[in-house]
Design a protein around this ligand. Structure first.
Ligand code: UDP
Length: 411
């Protein structure tokens, strides 16, 4: 298991974005929890939504006076192949869990469990399925255990769900983005509903200077005088990247100058990414108005930020989705959004208010086209989206809910 370092953050700087009562509530709980020792464990320090959130919440918890560490498990690539299959199966994909799969999962978990020190922490928060088995093989002593599930487990493959559930009885609490993701018969007694959040001050979301924007445009290779639609996502079948290309092709007939930007980082725990990236390059062929970019071409937080700002519409055409931080990120930049009507996306998109919810490629073409041809409506939608995020999906609200949970467990 490896320790992840985070950069310091100051909660006071977030005051201008949220209601003052939220900061007061956080301060009250921080007082009760001063010195509480917390450990977060997940599978990767970079790539995807979980790492994104932890890089903000952990420093903010430390700033509140808690003593918070972050560790990631270490495992061979076969383990991450298996856990990606588990992730897909837990979102409903057909698959068979073999005896060898179980033995690989358990042996890697056991190996990582050796690094756990009993009772060193008051609360240990374990994220997603990769490290879920640790409590069975490690001695956590008197630490309270929380499992944070970031995926939509509402209609899972039964064999994989049963296997996952066999590890859950050791936990004191579970956190799901929606309570309905926790299937009936789940072995955790206490379920909390907590939505993810974005950090308004991170490089991903803060305001950009003109120089930063100009440099980003060069890296992205887009022409800002022509319309741009964008999807920012891991290269993953549930994010339906080929579907997004079909949407672009459907729209290109009406909007001749249209450009499509597909930005996808490669996470170290996501071996499927490369295969889909290559397929996508083949699928889009020689169309130079489609840009397929990743962190390997120097596309980092500032370029993602710029792409969400410069786009006319940001799409998230997911077929299954735990939450989709990319939607709140785009909304925070006052960009209208079109997202799959699945998982956590309807929490963020109010159909016809700040964007549209869609159920098919045809609907995505129809509604994205509607926004592209109506700039006044697009601007109004962008402003409404910003307000939805400000009220519901910023780090301060998220931090408050975590502190409430810690207080329920240990105060
Ligand atoms: N992301 C990024 N670069 C990319 C692709 C994704 O920084 O090329 C970020 C994206 O901005 C978001 C996170 O990765 O913050 C993805 O989170 P989301 O909840 O949308 O999906 P997940 O990857 O967790 O399924």
């Amino acid at each position: 298991m490896k320790t992840v370092q985070t950069v310091k953050k100051n909660l006071r700087k977030y005051g201008s974005f949220c209601e003052s009562s939220v900061l007061e509530d956080i301060e009250r709980l921080s007082e009760q929890l001063k010195g509480a020792r917390i450990l977060h464990i997940n599978a990767t320090a970079f790539g995807g939504g979980v790492a994104e959130i932890l890089h903000t919440l952990i420093p903010l918890m430390n700033d509140c006076g808690l003593e918070v560490d972050w560790k990631v498990i270490e495992a061979p690539s076969e383990f991450f192949d298996l856990t990606k299959r588990m992730h897909n199966a837990l979102q409903g994909k057909e698959d068979v869990l073999s005896k060898e799969d179980r033995s690989l999962f358990e042996s890697v978990t056991k190996e990582n469990a050796r690094f756990i020190e009993a009772s060193k922490y008051d609360v240990v928060v374990i994220h997603d399925p990769q490290p879920v088995g640790l409590p069975v093989f490690a001695n956590f002593g008197s630490s309270k255990l929380v499992w944070r599930c970031h995926i939509d487990t509402s209609s899972p493959n039964p064999a994989f769900w049963e296997y996952l559930n066999s590890f859950l009885a050791s936990y004191n609490a579970g956190i799901f983005t929606l309570k309905s993701y926790a299937k009936e018969g789940i072995s955790i007694g206490e379920i909390y509903e907590i939505a993810p959040s974005i950090d308004p001050l991170s490089n991903k979301n803060r305001d950009l200077s003109n120089v930063e924007l100009t440099n980003a445009v060069k890296k992205l290779g887009v022409d800002i005088r022509r319309p741009i639609i964008t999807q920012v996502s891991r290269f993953d079948p549930w994010k339906d990247p080929m579907g997004v290309v079909d949407v672009y092709r459907g729209l290109k007939k009406r909007f001749e100058g249209l450009q499509l930007l597909m930005i996808g980082s490669m996470a170290s725990d996501d071996p499927e990414g490369w295969k889909i990236y290559e397929d996508l390059l083949r699928y889009t062929g020689m169309d130079y108005d489609v840009k397929i970019l990743s962190n390997f071409q120097g596309i980092g937080d500032i370029e993602v930020n710029a792409s969400q700002r410069l786009s006319d519409v940001v799409i998230q055409k997911s077929l299954r989705e735990g939450f989709a931080l990319t939607m709140s990120e785009a909304m925070w930049k006052r960009t209208p959004v079109v997202g799959g009507n699945v998982g956590g996306i309807p929490l963020q998109i109010h159909h016809g208010v700040n964007g549209y919810l869609v159920n098919s490629i045809d609907e995505t073409i129809e509604y994205t086209g509607k926004i592209l041809e109506n700039p006044i409506m697009a601007e109004e939608m962008g402003n409404k989206g910003y307000e939805i995020v400000r009220r519901n999906f910023l780090s301060t609200r998220h931090l408050y809910q975590y502190l409430q949970l810690f207080s329920d467990l240990i105060v």
